[in-house]
Design a protein around this ligand. Sequence first.
Ligand code: F6R
Length: 241
Amino acid sequence: MRIYKASDYKDMSRKAANILSAQIIMKPNAVLGLATGSTPIGIYEQLIEWYQRGDLDFSEVTTVNLDEYKGLSPGDEQSYSYFMRHHLFNFVNISRDRYFLPNGLELDCEKECTRYEKLIQSLGGVDMQLLGLGHNGHIGFNEPDIVFAKGTHCVDLTESTIEANKRFFATAEDVPKQAYTMGIKTIMRAKKILLVVSGEDKAEILREVVAGPVTPQVPASILQLHNDVTLVADQDALLLL
Ligand code: F6R
């Protein structure tokens, strides 16, 4: 695992955006795996700025997102589809038929998970997967468990994730209780992984992820076994490493 130390959130965002943009420049038709949440927002802002300056071209890029709430339509302001359009897709020249998320409106879990997994395979796999880190060590919505989840699947969200995500909803009751997520196997198949972490509140879990045992109780710890992981974290997140 390569570790880049950033001075603060802005510096982390810029360093990580540099790595993603290098991927796009080296391979204009790259398949990028994308994440939502607060951590990547600064990265997307930076990519938009570089696109607007004429330094980046998304016309041949394809993206697949990690996850989506089950039951929410793409038009729902809390859906990850809405998030991606409002934080990235609407501001760059990615074509509508080249970005993909799990379909929250498909209520048949098996059908949707099989479709999404096949879609990723049909694109030739993910060249670079961007990941944020949950306070409990989750990546995507792969929550702590007794085994590592495999392919794309439907999950019941844990109380801690519902608690963390309720800031985006009117009340905790409004947070959907289930989501579709790429599995650990799907994530580990990505050719390169870019993990971004910011803030002192993530320092303890980041130490476990990087230096603790590989265990499904800390899902992101599996990244120790991937041969091309880059971690960009600010100094607050790296406090215990
Ligand atoms: C989002 C996702 C989640 C987040 C994680 C961290 O698509 O897959 O695993 O990356 O919950 O969220 P933030 O960045 O809001 O701390």
